[in-house]
Write a protein that binds this ligand. Structure first.
Ligand code: FE2
Ligand code: FE2
Length: 403
């Protein structure tokens, strides 16, 4: 920021456009990588950060509209999409964390911290407020990445090379706000094929994988404790729904920002449902690393295009699953199991929005990607596909109205 005293309102708009661009690029890279990261704890953080990044973008877009900028990606520097693509092209967890957090988010945090001194704060108070709103999450994200990365680097040699390359790309375009000294971009590195979208979701090699034939549902009435443990184990596997939404979000960049903001929240909600399962099974004495992972549902859904995955999730699986949640809440309330009842009541509440978003966005997806079907036609087709292809018996039962 050397020599820069106060920026004009037009420069302010250009800075904010770049901040929003980088948060959106971070959201997109993290969403695409959610299934590709095998480390469970990192997956849980990354899913939260997809939503926090989306929300930061939304806050900045709102301010840009107040400053009469309605197309925040218009006339953006051509170097920026190259930086964004390089985030996606990371090769593993270490490279994702090093580039997204320790290059982009860290520099963004520094820029936002000094922004109030750079802009005419006395006149630009809403932008100062924006920085106060966005900074705390960024601080936590960067602090997490700085603490977490050293714990995994043994598995991922040479991660620094990709970090330095991405940092070099950014620096060559004048840094986060684009006003630093420009230089020629670093030479393209060989051997970094794009791994997105992940066709198979990744887990640590020693984690057990779900076996459909061993998935026996205990009777709710005669074996309430067995049923409860079984049900919350299935909750932990909503991680795969979050991962599915990560890939859907990554594969549908043509859709509006409002859609992407909703999908980012939907993703975090499914991650929260996995976490409520994890919290509950740990309270009941199980370790999440011992719960067989239903990776099959993500993997089989990835044989479908993004539009069909979204329709399957929001017009079949989610509405079909809702009556069971109501039954479970009543069941656990009758047993005075307040914790289980509270968990499922928040899940049910979230699902109402997911189904509503499905009704809103599935028709737009069908139109955008040139499907000839109506909402009802794709719902019927996806339900038939699900009954044929899902490895989870519970999902088939819900389709047949058995709760
Ligand atoms: Fe869910
Ligand atoms: Fe949901």
């Amino acid at each position: 920021m050397s020599g820069l005293k106060h920026i004009t309102i037009e420069q302010n708009v250009e800075f904010l456009k770049r901040y929003a661009f980088f948060e959106r690029a971070a959201m997109r890279a993290l969403a695409g990588w959610l299934p590709g990261v095998p480390e469970w704890d990192a997956k849980n953080e990354i899913g939260l950060h997809v939503w926090e990044s989306a929300d930061a973008v939304d806050v900045i877009y709102n301010r840009l509209r107040e400053l009469r900028c309605h197309q925040p990606e218009r006339n953006i520097s051509p170097a920026l999409p190259i930086v964004a693509a390089a985030l996606d092209k990371s090769a593993n967890t270490a490279e994702v964390i090093a580039t997204v957090y320790l290059v982009i988010k860290k520099l963004l945090l520094e820029a936002l911290r000094i922004h109030p001194e750079v802009t005419w704060s006395n006149f630009d108070n809403p932008t100062v407020k924006l920085t106060e709103q966005v900074i705390p999450a960024l601080e936590q994200q960067v602090a997490w990445a700085e603490a977490f990365l050293p714990t995994i680097i043994d598995r991922y040699p040479d991660w620094e090379i990709w970090r330095d390359y991405v940092a070099g790309l950014l620096a060559s375009d004048g840094g986060i706000n684009g006003v630093g000294a420009k230089s020629s971009p670093p030479d393209r590195l060989e051997g970094h094929p794009l791994l997105l979208p992940w066709m198979q979701c990744q887990r640590m090699p020693d984690w057990p994988i779900f076996k459909p034939e061993e998935d026996i549902q205990p009777d709710r009435k005669t074996d309430p404790e067995g049923y409860r443990l079984w049900r919350f184990k299935h909750y932990t596997n909503e991680m795969t729904a979050a991962e599915t939404l990560g890939s859907i979000l990554w594969m549908t960049p043509e859709m509006s920002w409002e859609y992407q903001h909703n999908v980012a929240r939907h993703l975090w909600d499914e991650l929260r449902h996995s976490q409520l399962g994890q919290i509950r099974i740990q309270q009941l004495g199980l370790n999440v690393a011992d719960v067989p992972q239903v990776v099959q549902i993500y993997n089989v859904m990835m044989t479908l295009p993004a539009v069909e995955q979204y329709a399957l999730l929001t017009t079949v699986l989610e509405p079909n699953g809702m009556p069971e949640k109501t039954t479970n809440r009543e069941h656990w309330e009758a047993l005075q199991d307040e914790i289980s009842a509270a968990a499922v009541s928040y899940d049910w509440s979230d699902e109402n929005f997911h189904v509503r978003w499905g009704q809103k966005w599935t028709p737009v997806l069908l139109k955008t990607y040139n499907y000839p079907e109506t909402l009802e036609e794709i719902r019927v087709r996806m339900e038939a596909w699900m009954i044929e292809n899902t490895p989870v018996k519970m999902q088939q039962k819900h389709a047949h109205h058995e709760y």
